[in-house]
Design a protein around this ligand. Structure first.
Ligand code: GLY
Length: 241
């Protein structure tokens, strides 16, 4: 099969849908390749930043109106209204314009880890409104802050992740703007303070701060201190301003 090669910068647009209305979340950016600067094999995502506006380009609401609302309207017209998160993977072309690469019926991973910590309203209320068909009445608040998520992947990921490596991990200090989300982890055998690698992408370390550069610094400092044997981590997540 031949596919068009589309160069550009990826953006992830996610909207919460109630069958009729779509509520756009802030744009996020995912970093798909294993190594810095787009080198190496494709992965599920080695990190994310949010918000990730497109300089001089459309905002999340405009992209939602163009890329998600028509799909939602068509699904409703067909008698199969969609309720839940709808994900549009977008490529912003260097000369302007954009393309949809994929749709998913879910949040992004790791985009969600960088997006939801910025939500300053109740997620439960939003989900209830989506289920009840009342999203049009919702005006969620978002923190005026930035979040950077750095993913720690197992040695050998993505081809042959090495499973079973054990490591200790304490929760980050509360109030420091740091979050650690587990992904490919399981309790370590025979000890209470540790975990074992059980999947390719092991941990997501998220820094939240007023500015992206500070959020990035927090995430990287904490990620570097985690003693995950053979961990793979990109060094350029959120490096653009
Ligand atoms: N990070 C890409 C995805 O969730 O599909």
């Amino acid at each position: 099969m031949l596919e068009e090669f589309i160069a550009g910068e990826e953006r992830t647009l996610v909207a919460l849908c109630d069958g009729e209305h779509a509520l756009a979340l802030p744009l996020a950016r995912d970093y798909k390749s294993l190594h810095d600067d787009g080198a190496g094999p494709n992965t599920g995502g080695m990190g994310a930043v949010c918000p990730a506006p497109v300089a001089g380009g459309p905002d999340a609401e405009q992209l939602c109106a163009a890329a998600i609302a028509p799909v939602l309207a068509k699904l409703q017209e067909r008698g199969t209204p969609y309720c839940g998160f709808m994900y549009a993977g977008l490529m912003m072309k260097p000369g302007g314009g954009w393309a949809v690469l994929e749709y998913n019926c879910r949040l992004g991973d790791p985009e969600a880890q960088a997006t939801l910590p910025l939500l300053d309203s109740s997620l439960a209320e939003l989900l209830r409104a989506a289920a009840a068909g009342t999203l049009a009445d919702m005006r969620p608040r978002w923190r005026d802050a930035a979040a950077v998520c750095v993913t720690l992947a197992a040695a050998g990921y993505p081809d042959a992740p090495r499973l079973g490596d054990e490591f200790a991990l304490a929760p980050p200090p509360a109030g420091d703007g740091l979050l650690v989300f587990h992904a490919g982890t399981a309790p370590a055998q025979g000890r209470t303070d540790g975990f074992a690698v059980s999947g390719g992408r092991v941990l997501n370390v998220v820094g939240v701060a007023a500015q992206q550069a500070e959020a990035r610094q927090k995430a990287y400092r904490h990620a570097a201190a985690i003693g995950l044997p053979g961990a793979q981590m990109r060094g350029d997540i959120g490096a653009e301003s």
